[in-house]
Design a protein around this ligand. Structure first.
Ligand SMILES: Nc1ncnc2c1ncn2[C@@H]1O[C@H](COP(=O)(O)OP(=O)(O)OP(=O)(O)O)[C@@H](O)[C@H]1O
Ligand SMILES: [Mg+2]
Length: 398
């Protein structure tokens, strides 16, 4: 009797089992994926559960010689040099090409080039004050004040309202520029300070923007929406190409001014400046604005948001830092509505926090929802979980 050849099916099976045993470590456990999280915003205990419950993740051992599979850093940890030695496979930060949207001057230049995006931008002039040291040349902005009456002047790369001024005349604008120029012109002479980052840190770059004089009001107060925009640069091992994707979170908090609105009195931040710290309670677009106005108007706003961020995605093509194969970043955009429900994109911020109102019964803790959604939308597609977690679906693709 001739000996029977093993069937093809069987030999494939043997090969597969061999591959499996190869992946096992000495202790006979299948190698797990590792996460390294350094966050000021997330509750680590809660986050850890999200990973562990997926079945194939463990905490990264900082003594390990292997690289972490996923590293997440936010707030002060982004600048923490001691963390730069880690070379994660997936990272939550993209390279500096993100400033095509995250600087107020670039955002405007890039968005107005797109026909569909232009109506969502306010009229704007980008100004390098080094070009106006002699002051006389500022006169070319006089017509901008004739056209818009009230304008807002902001330093590029500024935050927390620092340096921002609302101005209702060309003369007020001229005087403010004169003051900024005289306090900074010495350091502008340094030719080493000519790159984009240094120009911004030395207060050369500003934007002069049309002011929304008739904002939509919520309970009598001016407000803006905080839209969480997720940018994802994913590597496709089959085509060996990277593709970009964009999403917005359907939980959109609203931040109001401290006091009720009235036009005029432009230096009064209590009525003109909307931000988290002046907001008294949790307000959300799809809950409270919907109730206060109408479902139709709110649906229209959501439709507009999708158009706005589909175009913001066109304006960014930031890549990963060289050490990472996949990367993503979460941006916090400020969006306003005027009294006709017309939408305007104000700015796109890096360094996003998730401040809410834990003491209020109708609060929604965005931080608790965020990491689960990031895992679902970004990580699970790259490293599929062993156990299937509950679907969340708060990110809407744009
Ligand atoms: N064009 C505008 N018309 C009316 N109000 C505006 C306009 N631009 C900004 N504001 C108001 O000023 C606030 C601060 O503006 P903006 O977000 O551009 O500056 P910022 O200092 O960079 O803010 P952040 O602290 O959010 O980084 C807005 O939240 C909004 O209330
Ligand atoms: Mg802002």
């Amino acid at each position: 009797m001739s000996s029977k050849k093993p069937s093809k099916k069987k030999s494939i099976y043997i090969k597969k089992t061999r591959q499996k045993t190869k992946k096992k470590t000495k202790t006979n456990h299948v190698k797990k994926n590792t996460f390294l999280i350094k966050s000021k915003y997330f509750n680590y205990k809660e986050i850890k559960k999200l990973f562990i419950n997926r079945g194939n993740w463990v905490e990264y051992d900082i003594k390990s010689k292997q690289r972490p599979d996923f590293m997440y850093v936010d707030s002060i940890y982004i600048q923490d040099k001691s963390l730069w030695k880690y070379k994660p496979f997936i990272k939550n930060i993209v390279n500096d090409d993100k400033y095509t949207i995250a600087y107020k001057n670039n955002l405007y230049n890039n968005m107005v080039k797109l026909k569909e995006a232009k109506p969502y931008m306010l009229d704007q002039k980008n100004i390098d004050l080094k070009n106006h040291i002699n002051l006389n040349s500022l006169v070319k902005y006089k017509s901008f004040f004739t056209k818009h009456k009230v304008c807002i002047f902001k330093p590029v790369g500024g935050f927390a309202g620092i340096g921002i001024k609302t101005l209702d005349s060309y003369e007020a604008f001229f005087n403010y520029c004169k003051h900024i120029i005289s306090s900074n012109k010495q350091r502008w002479k340094n030719s080493k300070m000519n790159n984009e980052k240094n120009k911004i840190s030395t207060k050369r770059e500003w934007i002069l923007q049309e002011y929304i004089n008739k904002p939509l009001l919520f309970e009598g107060k001016k407000f803006h929406m905080r839209v969480f925009f997720l940018y994802f640069k994913k590597y496709d091992p089959v085509s060996k190409k990277k593709e970009k994707k964009g999403y917005i979170l359907d939980l959109i908090p609203i931040y109001t001014s401290l006091k009720k609105y009235k036009a005029g009195d432009y230096y009064n931040n209590e009525i003109h400046d909307s931000r988290f710290k002046s907001t008294k309670k949790p307000i959300f677009l799809l809950r409270d604005i919907k109730k206060a106005f109408s479902i139709e108007k709110t649906n229209k706003a959501v439709k507009d948001l999708k158009i706005v961020f589909k175009n913001v995605l066109k304006c960014i093509d930031a890549d990963c830092y060289s050490e990472s194969k996949h990367c993503f970043e979460l941006f916090g955009a400020d969006v306003m509505l005027d009294s006709d429900f017309k939408m305007k994109l104000i700015e796109v911020n890096t360094k996003v926090g998730y401040k809410t109102f834990p003491e209020h019964s109708d609060n929604i803790d965005i931080d608790k929802i965020m990491m689960g959604n990031l895992l679902e939308t970004v990580i699970d597609g790259i490293i599929p979980p062993d156990n299937s977690p509950k679907k969340l679906g708060n990110f809407i693709e744009v």
